[in-house]
Design a protein around this ligand. Structure first.
Ligand code: OAK
Length: 838
């Protein structure tokens, strides 16, 4: 329903239309007003949390004004829009980002001071919006930032989880999961109780012929759950464009409770349905790169896809364009396979509700969708059992079978000689039970499929999607190397470095065009610049050291080499290789005489990251790290020469403190397993170097910054398969002797009860060392020695870091988004009109 104000009354509206605060006084007045009225607090009852609330609401008002204008502008211009469907958006905090984009942080800082608060304290009151697990979710958040910054008309769609990724506590060295209830005060979301969609589950399909002899399918007798929209503004940097992130929350379709049941005295039953409905959007599944096939997860996926597509179609229909125009108005990007049900759902809408013929509908669907693959790990490839899909989504299963049937005919016609091909590429895996292979459905239903770094995009073409390259030709497959937003990961995380760069480049344009960074290479020999650059790194290390002391009670010397590995804990990421290396270093230190020890480069090994709650091996790795820390950190022989720190509850806001503080960061996955990695980019952009394998984006980082500025080691991806084969079949697989020494001390109980670590050691010694820890160990240790030596030459080290920063321009997520826009979405920016002073 259109509800615009009649012409005659618009003058009054315009006269009183909301305005933005412009001065320090106006800012203070807004903050006090919000604290006193919106939050109902007073001068005598205002803590930092309330101050945060006041500041957030003051900035929110400004964001909302631009947000409304952007939406209005997009509605009337009605350009092609991008819809980014991602089950995860790992946003982190919003206030600092809002201040940066609105551009009034200095004013606010001064104003806050007058009101008695410090900006840093207020900013850190905000809870992270942690609606994601790791790389995939954080990438989606960076993409939203870039889409808005580049003025693309774009929407993100996800679920409004009541609980985000769990909080991690370490108790006696073990990970304990604590629920993350983050919504008690969230000023950034706007409930849209008028924007709802009823989503159907279960039931059955009735087929009949209409008068014209056409087959009609009706999906009936299901259960309805209502999706309610919650919107969050996504401001761009240096532009007034403010896009929308829409999160769906589930509730029972009949309202609070079932009145019939309530009135007949069945009180519990009347609320039970409500609770069951709310369960759908209750919690983010905490698995990273692992699928567990749970019914509730499938329900989440469909609930979100159905609500989002209904919304997208509703918006399209407002323009009253013909259906064939749909792909010219709508680009939908599938962030991994989690939203793949959007493909049969759009087919269902077009066939069953809009009455299109199959071929026309299918052509629209294929032109609309693009699919991004984020992993080749087999355990992460989604498959849903056919009986489960049949039960939950009977009509979708029919459509999937029909899509498959058409596809099988096509393959049969084109590859009549390859009899095995059909079985290999079928969407339906002929197992017991049969399974729907979601990645195949995503490939078949999309016009482009992309990987997230060059090696990864090559690998998907030669491994999991090899046959599909034969079927569709190589052009359907492409690469878009990942990137990160320099607003959060340089300017916000490292304001002093950003300021130093700006002082040399004559302003902050590099935050919108990161390739401008190349100009700081001219200052690599500039004494003053070098000194300031080095001081900034030191100050960032002091900040992390202070945090480490406050949070963990561990004192670390900021002059030590800071070696950091923060990411989800996973065997393929090989935190075990790192901690075994630390143990080896410890043993070597113990062997040394006091004289020899004096020559050693002191080092702190930081680890951080969450293990999926059911992933026992990952939890064992965390435990080992903490046990090693307990021994090493309390060994009088060792002192500052080696410290081991496990940073609890790694998340986006902690990453903002951690990434600027590294000398070396570790990106040491078994070659061919890490699709891209994005923290590697964050660390280098902030003046740290990398120790890494030839994997994911490490390869392109090397190409950009130069081989002399990165420490690569280990076997190459093309050799991994042969090595694995040899471990199992050659009979003479021997553990590296240095690693064997490490295992000997673990077995001897040096880090506590050896039995606790036997599965970890045995995965290497007895079960084929799938991740090649032993094969890469010697080369890892040698490379760490090179790093110690290189670090001693502080001047040469500094040159490497400055050079690297200046060459990181390629890794901005703005570059990625422009590539997606051009190669995959075919969308253009919609720039806001110029305004005085903006
Ligand atoms: C999570 C769940 C299922 C499949 C993949 C993931 C995931 O997080 N993948 C990660 O995506 C990042 C963004 O593209 C990459 O940088 C990581 O290498 C990849 O592991």
């Amino acid at each position: 329903v259109e509800a615009s104000i009649p012409e005659g009354q618009r003058a009054a509206w315009k006269k009183f239309s909301a305005t933005e605060f412009k001065t320090k006084d106006e800012f203070e007045s807004e903050v006090v007003k919000h604290i006193e009225t919106t939050l109902a607090r007073s001068l005598f009852n205002c803590d930092e949390a309330a101050a945060y609330g006041g500041v957030a609401l003051a900035f929110r008002d400004r964001l909302v004004i631009e947000w409304n204008r952007t939406q209005q502008r997009q509605s009337s211009a009605d350009p092609k829009r991008v819809y980014y469907l991602s089950l995860e958006f790992l946003m982190g905090r919003a206030l600092d980002n809002a201040m940066l984009n609105v551009g009034m942080k200095d004013v606010a800082k001064e104003g806050l001071g007058e009101l008695g608060f410090r900006m840093e304290d207020v900013i850190s009151q905000e809870r992270d919006a942690a609606l994601g697990n790791g790389g995939l979710g954080r990438l989606a958040a960076c993409f939203l930032d870039s889409l808005a910054t580049l003025n693309y008309p774009a929407w993100g769609y996800a679920l409004r989880y009541k609980y985000g990724i769990f909080k991690q506590e370490i108790v006696d060295g073990y990970q304990v999961e604590v629920p993350d209830y983050w919504l008690d005060f969230n000023p950034w979301e706007f409930p849209r109780h008028d924007v709802t969609v009823d989503v159907q589950f279960y039931g059955h399909v009735r087929k009949y012929m209409d008068e014209s002899g056409k087959q009609i399918s009706v999906w009936e007798d299901g259960e309805l759950v209502t999706a309610v929209a919650y919107d969050a503004p996504i401001p761009g940097f240096g532009t007034r464009t403010t896009n929308n992130l829409r999160l769906w929350s589930s509730k029972a379709s009949h309202g609070e409770f079932d009145f019939t049941k309530f009135n007949s005295g069945e009180y519990e039953a009347s609320v039970a349905e409500q609770q069951r409905a709310e369960t759908i959007s209750a919690v983010l599944y905490p698995n990273d790169s692992l699928e567990r096939g749970k019914e509730l997860r499938l329900k989440q996926q469909y609930f979100w896809c159905a609500a989002s597509l209904f919304d997208i179609v509703r918006r399209f229909k407002k323009s009253r364009k013909a259906w064939k125009e749909f792909p010219n108005q709508v680009a939908i990007q599938l962030n991994d396979t989690h939203p793949t049900l959007a493909i049969p759902e759009l087919m269902r809408i077009l066939l069953d509700q809009e009455g299109l013929e199959w071929d026309e509908a299918w052509s629209i669907v294929q032109k609309t969708f693009g699919y991004t693959n984020h992993t080749v790990l087999p355990e992460a490839l989604e498959k849903w059992s056919v009986p489960l899909v049949q039960h939950l989504l009977p009509r979708h299963l029919q459509i999937i079978y029909d899509i498959n049937l058409n596809f099988m005919h096509y393959v049969e016609r084109n590859f009549p000689k390859d009899r095995e091909m059909l079985g290999r590429v079928s969407i339906i895996e002929e197992s017991t039970p049969k399974m729907v292979r979601m990645a195949y459905l995503a490939v078949i239903g999309s016009h482009k499929v992309n990987g997230v770094a060059e090696l990864h995009s090559d690998l998907i073409k030669t491994t999991i999607f090899k046959d599909f390259v034969k079927i569709y030709g190589p052009d359907k497959f492409t690469n878009v190397t990942n990137g990160i937003t320099p607003r959060r990961w340089l300017h916000q995380a490292n304001p002093r470095l950003s300021e130093l760069i700006a002082s040399k480049l004559g302003g902050y344009d590099f935050l919108r065009d990161l390739t401008l960074l190349h100009k700081i290479e001219a200052y690599v020999d500039d004494k003053e610049f070098r000194k300031e650059f080095q001081e900034i790194k030191y100050a960032n290390k002091v900040r992390l050291a202070k945090y480490t002391k406050e949070a963990h009670g561990i004192s670390v010397n900021p002059s030590s080499l800071f070696d950091i590995q923060v990411k989800r804990i996973h065997e393929y990421k090989r935190q075990q290789l790192n901690i075994f290396g630390v143990i080896y270093r410890y043993l070597e230190l113990k062997d040394m005489s006091p004289e020899e020890r004096k020559k050693v480069q002191p080092r702190v090994s930081f680890f951080g990251g969450k293990a999926a709650p059911g992933y026992w091996m990952a939890k064992t790795i965390i435990h080992l790290i903490n046990q090693v820390g307990a021994v090493v950190n309390n060994d009088k022989d060792i002192g500052d020469l080696l410290k081991v720190v496990f940073l609890e509850d790694y998340n986006v806001s902690k990453a903002e403190i951690i990434c600027p503080a590294s000398d070396i960061s570790e990106h040491i996955s078994t070659a061919g397993t890490e699709a891209s990695g994005t923290s590697n980019m964050k660390f280098v952009l902030n003046g740290g170097l990398v120790i890494g394998t030839c994997d994911g984006a490490n390869i392109e980082i090397t190409r950009e910054i130069g081989e002399d500025n990165i420490f690569l080691f280990g076997n190459l991806s093309e050799d991994v398969e042969d090595l694995r084969h040899a471990h199992t079949y050659s009979g003479d697989f021997a553990i590296d002797p240095k690693l064997e020494r490490v295992f000997a001390v673990i077995r001897a109980g040096r880090f506590g009860d050896a039995a606790q670590f036997s599965a970890l050691v045995n995965s290497i010694v007895e079960h084929g060392d799938y991740y090649l820890v032993s094969d890469d160990f010697a080369s890892y240790i040698d490379t760490q020695k090179l790093i110690d030596a290189a670090y001693k030459d502080q001047e040469a080290w500094l040159t490497k870091t400055i050079t690297s920063v200046s060459r990181m321009g390629f890794f901005s997520s703005d570059r990625c988004i422009d590539e997606y826009a051009e190669m995959i979405w075919n969308v253009e920016p919609l720039a806001p009109p110029k305004q005085n002073g903006a």
